[in-house]
Each structure stands twice: as C-alpha cells, then as structure tokens.
Write a protein that binds this ligand. Structure first.
Ligand code: UDP
Length: 329
C-alpha cells in the first residue's frame, strides 16, 4: 500500500511514518518544514517539501502518485496560539485540509485518517470522555479540527471516502530506540519543558495554575505514548478497508496532575527540577481523560506504553541524547 503522510516531519507524523515503513508501507511525506524537521523523516520515505495551502503543488503530488490512503497531520496545533491568531486555524488549517480533500476525492482515494483532538470536548458531561460525547470546541484550534471532521462527513457521503478521526489526548514520549522524538521551537508542552529544566536549559517549570478543582489543584491530563498513537493509526488505516467511517478517542483512561508528572520526572532523571506556581493559562480545562473503549473493542487497540514512567523514560532518553533536538551534532 502507498500512503501520503502530510506533516510527516512533525512529532507524531514522523513516528507514524517510521512505523508504516517498518510494516512495509510505501510512504510519501508532504511537509512545509515550518515546524517539522527533515531529519525526522525516515530515509525510505519519499519527501516532498510543499505547503498544503499551495493547491497546484498538492495537485502535482496526486498526479505523480496513486495513494491508497492519506494520514493528515500537517496543521497548526497550539490551543494558546489559536486564541491569539484565530485565522491560522479557522482559515489556514481548514483551507489546507480542503485542498487536500479536493485532490484526494478527485483522485479516488478511499481512506483518510485525521489527527483530531481532545480540544473538541471543552465541556464534557462526564469523565472519562467517551467517543460519543457532545462536541464543544475549546478554541479556534479545536474548532478547525471539527470543521475538518465535518468536511470528512461530506467526503464520505458524496465520494465514498471512508475516514477515521483520531482524537488524541496528550501525545507524549519518544521512539524507544531514541532516534526520533519531540522537538518544537519554542516548546510549549509540559513533559519536554520539564525535561529541558532537568537538562539545565531552563531555570524552572512554571505550573500554570494550582487552584483547579483537582486533587492537588493542578490540571489533570491523559498522557498517551506516541508509539501507541502510531499503532492506532495503522489499525485504523487497515480497518477502513470495510468502507466505514469512524471516530475514536485515544488516551490511557488515566489522568496525572502536573505535580505527579513533575515528581515522576524528578525520579527518572535524578534531577531536582525547580517548579513554581504561576497564573492559569487561558483555555485550559481542569481535567481531560479519555475513554478509549470504542477503539479497544472495535480495533483491538492495546496501548503498550501506558504507564507514566514509560512515557517519561522514553522522552528523557530522547532529550538527553538530543539536547538541541534534531540540531544536536
Ligand atoms: N503546563 C504547565 N507549564 C508549562 C506547560 C504546560 O503548567 O510550562 C500545563 C498546561 O497548562 C496543561 C498541562 O501542563 O495543564 C499540559 O499542557 P500541554 O501544553 O503539554 O498539553 P495540552 O493539555 O495543552 O494539550
């Protein structure tokens, strides 16, 4: 099978590309390298540097290759940024997906996997959050993913394109052999920031709010390992052979507070990581925990790295061997 991975030079896309190639897929990666890294892309993948907003460039890729499926990661992905620059999300994320979907439909592609998000569930009626929970996007970022999910609904109805929307909770960890991992500049995510503090690259962690209605007052999140996410993408791609569209939540069903993550990181790194409390970050819900029963039952997904220590150990292994990320010599 030949697949197109957009955003295959990014954090999650590069881990999925790696696993696809290991499983014998032919992979074409399309990435504009705004936030991705050329070094993160598996050497056996065909690499195309292009922007999805450049519609003629997208068409060229489809004219040159016949794809059996598409995995769409390329996107602006920051909740906080989307509150300040909404059009990067409400316009650019949506137009990028539209260009991709128009060409995919035109070229008869029948399987499509979307990186979606727990930010669809800003106001859940119950926790853990089930796949059928009502959708209340928490930011222009979440809204942009929802708008793409709606485009996919129409692609299915009009062109028989089956899709799978994977709503990730907190993607984290790194490839266990340490050759790829998370590298954002600037870094906004909790675990890499804690590990940068452990490496002495930052003075301390600022905890964004300690007065939430949670056991220790800090936000609770469901951290899910990037390798388990990658496995879910491959299961979903295979399952779409039956032509049925689906939506799944992806997490471990267990939440950890910021203080619990910090304590585990102190244990694993053996470093005394400094932390202080600061104000809340706009847009952060107190608790996000996934109920992933649906994908477990329907596709047999079983997360292998479902313990917090495994997530932090693999992330630490990446960060300490690549203190400057992919720029490390
Ligand atoms: N967080 C924090 N300090 C930081 C970065 C993140 O306290 O320097 C908190 C953030 O407010 C959230 C949690 O850690 O409650 C996870 O944040 P992250 O950005 O990693 O993922 P998100 O939950 O936003 O997808």
């Amino acid at each position: 099978m030949k697949v197109l991975v957009t955003g295959g030079a990014g954090y999650i896309g590069s881990h999925v590309t790696d696993m696809l190639i290991d499983r014998g897929y032919e992979v074409v990666v399309l990435d504009n390298l705004y936030t991705g890294h050329r070094e993160a892309v598996h050497e056996k993948a065909v690499f195309v540097e292009a922007d999805l907003l450049d519609h003629p460039a997208v068409k060229q890729v489809f004219d040159a290759h016949k794809f059996d499926g598409i995995l769409h990661f390329a996107s602006h992905t920051l909740v906080g940024e989307s509150m300040e620059k909404p059009w990067l999300y409400l316009r650019d994320n949506v137009v990028a997906a539209s260009n991709l979907l128009e060409e995919a439909a035109e070229h008869g592609v029948k399987r499509f996997i979307l990186s979606s998000t727990a930010n669809l569930f800003d106001d859940p009626e119950k926790l853990p959050i089930v796949a059928e929970e009502r959708i209340v996007p928490g930011s222009p970022y979440g809204e942009s993913k929802y708008m793409i999910e709606r485009q996919l609904y129409w692609m299915d109805r009009l062109y028989g394109m089956a899709s799978c929307c994977l709503r990730y909770f907190n993607a984290s960890g790194a490839h266990p052999d340490g050759h790829i991992g998370e590298d954002h500049t600037p870094e906004y995510h909790l675990i890499p920031i804690i590990l940068q503090a452990a490496l002495g690259q930052r003075e301390k962690l600022t905890i964004f709010g300690d007065d939430y209605p949670t056991p220790d007052g800090t936000c609770v999140r469901d951290y899910v390992h990037v390798m388990d996410l990658a496995e879910a993408h491959i299961l979903a791609l295979e399952a779409l052979a039956d032509g049925k569209s689906r939506k799944y939540n992806l997490g471990n069903g267990h939440g950890y507070s910021i203080r619990e993550v910090l304590d585990m990181a102190r244990q694993i790194t053996g470093k005394d990581i400094k932390a202080e409390s600061g104000p809340r970050r706009p847009g952060d819900p107190a608790t996000l925990i996934a109920d992933s029963t649906r994908i477990q039952e329907e596709l047999g997904w079983q997360p292998e790295f479902n313990q917090l220590h495994q997530i932090i150990e693999t992330a630490w292994n990446w960060h300490k061997t690549h203190p400057e990320g992919y720029a490390t010599k």
